[in-house]
Design a protein. Structure first.
Length: 290
């Protein structure tokens, strides 16, 4: 029995090349489509599948504002701290402040202590200036609390060099010098022009020491200067650095504030860094904060 002839198709070289080109194009298109699909899924996943945010929209702004306002409303605090700087050589206090912070009002009240005021510390009546030489920090805090009938929630202290170091850590602070100063007495020499200017560690330290020689007027200016320093610490750019800043403070300065204290106050601290102070007051005595 004769075999049936097979259907044989003849293609030209051009036809064969066209077929190969179409197959290659199809494979290429498929690969590109796969890559695009994976890229889109990656972008959407990064933005929690929020199309508006993925396309560059500001989808989180309204939520963030509402959360911040909620924090401002919910957090209440009334804390007073003792800040000071002591002479590195003698241990005498050079200058000291009480600082009261209140939330949700975001107010700060500052009193520069008259260091010649006497307190009960270490079993004797002694000036605040000299107390650090014979009494413990706990006894000094207790003596100030008793004298002014206030509650001190913590302290942060420095000596000459650590004061300068912390100021330089923040890049200096913008402080208003009310008048031109040309002063020299003993080991203290101060030359500053009038006006607001960025003072680095050594310059700010000398300015504070100069103000200590100016009596009540100088103490008021020291309180104002500390207010400007606090503005430089509690500012928006430091909001995400709060834990780093606290770590630097705890490692550089003398403080009884712990990481637990910081953690419990962190939300309130961030409210102030994000929004600033609503008002700053200069007090004659610590109990005027009431």
């Amino acid at each position: 029995m004769a075999k049936k002839p097979r259907n044989v198709k003849f293609r030209t070289v051009r036809q064969s090349n066209d077929a190969e080109t179409k197959r290659f194009a199809a494979v290429l298109v498929g690969c590109v489509a796969l890559i695009l699909a994976v890229s889109v899924l990656f972008i959407l996943n990064k933005h929690d599948f929020d199309f508006k945010s993925a396309l560059g929209g500001d989808a989180e702004t309204e939520t963030t504002v509402e959360e911040t306002q909620s924090v401002q409303t919910d957090i209440e605090a009334d804390k007073t701290y003792l800040f000071w700087c002591e002479d590195s050589s003698t241990g005498e206090l050079r200058f000291a402040w009480t600082v009261n912070f209140r939330l949700p009002k975001r107010t700060v009240s500052i009193c520069t202590l008259d260091l010649d005021t006497r307190i009960e510390a270490g079993g004797e009546s002694i000036s605040i200036r000299k107390a650090n030489q014979t009494a413990s920090l706990k006894e000094i805090v207790w003596g100030i609390e008793k004298l002014y009938d206030i509650k001190i929630d913590g302290y942060i202290g420095s000596d000459d060099e650590s004061f300068k170091s912390m100021v330089n850590y923040f890049g200096g602070f913008d402080v208003t010098v009310p008048e031109q100063i040309e002063y020299k007495s003993g080991d203290l020499s101060v030359i500053l022009v009038k006006g607001k200017q960025n003072l680095k560690g050594d310059s700010l330290f000398r300015y504070m020491r100069y103000l200590c020689t100016q009596g009540e007027w100088g103490r008021k200016l020291m309180a104002s200067a500390l207010g400007e320093i606090l503005d430089g610490v509690f500012k928006p750019s430091n909001t995400n650095r709060c834990s780093t800043i606290f770590s630097r403070i705890s490692n550089t300065l003398k403080t009884d504030l712990t990481i637990v204290d910081f953690s419990s106050s962190e939300k309130g601290i961030k409210v102030i860094t994000e929004n600033g102070f609503s008002s700053k007051r200069t007090l004659e005595t610590p109990d005027d904060a009431d």
